[in-house]
Design a protein around this ligand. Structure first.
Ligand SMILES: Nc1nc2c(ncn2[C@@H]2O[C@H](COP(=O)(O)OP(=O)(O)OP(=O)(O)O)[C@@H](O)[C@H]2O)c(=O)[nH]1
Ligand SMILES: [Mg+2]
Length: 344
């Protein structure tokens, strides 16, 4: 057995931190540890918190930690630090904001840097979440800035994704562009103490209703931004056992709306575990994760095995005696012939 596994299963925080370091470095026998931990995972509720910079994700996360701690739950937090140099201050802010939980044995906080990571961040995040799950967390909150492809992939790792919006930033329009809408299981309209919160809620209701129409061929005609409010109750009934994305107003800085948000997330969990469409969603999640692990394993293995031919191929493309398409084809064929001989 991997030396860290038993201690992690007993809830030892230092051992968990050590495993997470080797996951970051892709060093040591971390795969062995993850393999042995796997049967002890699947208990934690994984909640993604995403949204534009400054929407209040960290403040909300901090409040959620406090809420779950009051209920006696063990909590993990994974903050995926954005690559943007402009967010440097925000990362520091996160650390300070989370400090009140730093000495709490029932809270484990981990930052992951996306900087310099060669596309493997969603894989590292998945592995990190899995290890924290095995450590015994009841809830794991994963904070990402919802902009890039990586972040969207990370959001898909979660059981439930909370998209945080702040009024007055034109967030709603950006959200459609960034594809955030499709991943939202729950909307939090944060900074509800500010002007425009109600109109943000109305815009989101219209969008949720519109998304429903796109899937079901239109139950409502007319402008989507009309003055009349969407009847969410009627919509919910029309949707049967499908999930209707709820919209919850919060003031994270004052701890308002937190119980309502937790309630919405828990309702989504019931949907996932108690309905056929929920089961289909969970199945998709597992498939996506397997594909993710398969892809990174394949690429790592292939690149390691094909160092020399890769360089030679690159030279030919550089000289323009060949093209990347033919070379990639040839490399795949090369690799396929080596796999049968490759040690496991
Ligand atoms: N008025 C008001 N301000 C808030 C609320 N929630 C958070 N803030 C403030 O908004 C600012 C940004 O909050 P963060 O929690 O750092 O936002 P974030 O989404 O984590 O930001 P990044 O990590 O940089 O993307 C901070 O100054 C918070 O104090 C709220 O409900 N109302
Ligand atoms: Mg933050």
């Amino acid at each position: 057995m991997h030396p860290l596994v038993e201690k992690i299963l007993q809830g030892d925080t230092r051992s968990l931190a050590r495993l997470l370091r080797s996951i970051d470095d892709r060093a040591g026998s971390y795969i062995e540890a993850l393999t042995e931990l796997y049967p002890h995972t699947g208990r934690a509720m994984i909640v993604g918190i995403t949204g534009n910079p400054g929407a209040g994700k960290s403040t909300l996360t901090d409040q959620l930690v406090a809420h779950h701690r009051r209920a006696g739950k063990k909590v993990g937090v994974v903050a995926v630090d954005p690559t943007s140099p402009f967010s440097g201050g925000a990362i520091l802010g996160d650390r300070i904001r989370m400090q009140r939980h730093a000495l709490d044995e029932g809270v484990f906080i981990r930052s992951l840097a996306t900087r310099g990571n060669l596309g493997g961040i969603s894989r590292s995040t998945a592995d990190t979440v899995r290890a924290i799950d095995a450590w015994g967390a009841d809830v794991i909150l994963v904070e990402t800035v919802g902009v890039g492809q990586d972040e969207l992939e990370i959001a898909r790792l979660a059981h439930t994704t909370v998209v945080v919006m702040a009024p007055g930033l034109g967030d709603e329009v950006q959200a459609i562009k960034a594809g955030i809408l499709e991943i939202a299981d729950v909307f939090a309209v944060n900074k509800a103490d500010r002007d425009g919160a109600d109109s943000t809620v109305r815009d989101l209701e219209a969008m949720v209703a519109m998304g429903h129409e796109l899937h079901h061929g239109g139950i409502r005609k007319g402008p989507h931004h009309g003055p009349q409010r969407v009847d969410m109750q009627a919509l919910a009934e029309a949707m049967g056992d499908e999930w209707l994305v709820p919209i919850v107003k919060t003031v994270a800085s004052k701890g308002q709306g937190i119980s309502e948000l937790v309630e919405a997330v828990e309702k989504h969990r019931s949907f996932l575990f108690d309905t056929p469409s929920g089961e289909a969603r969970r199945r998709q999640r597992v498939e996506a994760e397997l594909l993710n692990v398969f892809r990174s394993t394949l690429v790592e293995r292939a690149v390691a095995a094909l160092q020399t031919p890769l360089h030679a191929a690159a030279s030919r493309v550089f000289d323009r005696t060949s093209d990347p398409y033919s070379e990639a084809e040839a490399l795949v064929r090369d690799f396929a012939s080596t796999v049968t001989a490759a040690p496991r």
